[in-house]
Write a protein that binds this ligand. Sequence first.
Ligand code: NAD
Length: 290
Amino acid sequence: MKIGFIGLGNMGLPMAVNLQAAGHDVIGFDTIAKPDGINLASDAAGAAKDADVVITMLPNGKILQAVAAQIHPVMKANAVHLDCSTVDVESARIIAQSAENANLMSVDAPVSGGIGGATNGTLTFMAGGEETAFAAVKPLFDIMGQKAVHCGPAGNGQAAKICNNMILGVTMIATCEAFVLADKLGLDRQAMFDVVSTSSGYSWSMNAYCPAPGIGPQSPADNDYTPGFAAELMLKDLNLSQVAAQAVNADTPMGAAATALYTQFVDNEDGMGKDFSAMLPRFEKRNRDS
Ligand code: NAD
């Protein structure tokens, strides 16, 4: 396929490289990054105009909408706009409508798996859009990832992503505060892990990404909380979950509390640039009333 790839940052570049290595004809564009090894167009429209599929991997919904306004008018009829960025559900649905108006297909397919997953081609894609559009880009998901779930119509990929990450933010905080409570009760961390990871308190945060250094599988905690998944990216996704919850009048008190805690952590408590599991040392430094 001829693929335009717009947004060659931490995630986009390795995804584009994997598509090219699999034999696809990739032409990229980024306003800042000018990486070697990928053919580059001089603007977004240049990367999009002859493409069968245009992939966007951009920071937020506002930028995505601006890029869509540049590329939709020049894309070939029936080409697919595959957006893999994490953005608000509303932007995803606006993009889908814009694509339909321009006789294009579209899929919103945010990813989980981080930079490692992008590099190794092991991402998970959560996709929203028409069945035919999903089928058209499925071979690309198979190169860039290990799993793609079709979640329903446009916007549902983003909906799945923010619901998943709202659970992740909440369970990470719960796991970290429970470790500190255990410390203060004199419970050994290894014993805490051995019990919880095999009992009803288990979760991905505890079992696969344990926030306590030296306990459980290797995780960012064992590398001084170098991300991994940075606290500010978790905060981005939590904020998106609360924007969506507000839009549909969903009561999400735990999601709101997690958003408030990560906001405080990133903005005022030196959390920026640390892994999101660094909530554990954050709780260690605090008391009940501080
Ligand atoms: P990044 O900031 O490294 O990359 C974004 C790229 O987009 C940058 O290179 C930037 O120059 C480029 N860009 C900005 N505006 C542009 C425009 N108008 N035209 C063309 N290029 C433009 O971010 P990233 O870590 O690669 O993340 C990309 C998306 O993936 C985000 O939505 C993020 O939330 C999501 N995501 C990231 C991770 C992760 O671990 N990094 C994991 C899952 C999802």
